[in-house]
Write a protein that binds this ligand. Structure first.
Ligand SMILES: [Zn+2]
Ligand SMILES: [Zn+2]
Length: 136
């Protein structure tokens, strides 16, 4: 367990992990696969090497789905609560980490938006009223 490791886990707490920096990049992906896979307007993913992650608990609770028509796209998630989890791409080349699965703030800010041409017209609209929590 390294001191600078970034910690994360799923919503129900079954799966926990830690990842050693550095991260290569942090992207907002607006593709339709990410929309389906997250249920949101875009995914925010960090990229690292597969050897940088250590599963601390619940590794046997991870469900893995590899999209048959895709070269690398897939989704790993907690079988109990459905939260997206870090995954190693099918070619074994990259570790893709959903930023929302992290408990710690990663040592980098978003670097790019990708698949901007595929974005949903309702995603990332500016100028909306902002509320600290639910609107009063
Ligand atoms: Zn869970
Ligand atoms: Zn995507």
């Amino acid at each position: 367990m390294s001191e600078s490791a970034i910690h994360g886990g799923c919503l129900c707490g079954t799966v926990t992990f830690e990842i050693d920096p550095p991260f290569q990049r942090m992207v907002h992906c607006h593709c339709s696969r990410c929309r389906k896979g997250t249920g949101t307007g875009h995914a925010t993913n960090l990229f690292a090497a597969p050897g940088q992650i250590r599963w601390r608990s619940g590794e046997d609770a991870i469900s893995r789905y590899e999209l048959p028509s895709a070269k690398r796209f897939g989704k790993w998630f907690c079988a109990r609560c459905g939260s997206p989890l870090p995954r190693v791409t099918r070619d074994g080349q990259a570790l893709v980490i959903p930023a929302g699965s992290l408990d710690d703030i990663p040592p980098m800010a978003p670097t790019d938006r990708i698949f901007w041409a595929s974005r949903a017209p309702w995603s990332c609209a500016d100028g909306l009223p902002t509320h600290g929590e639910y609107p009063g």
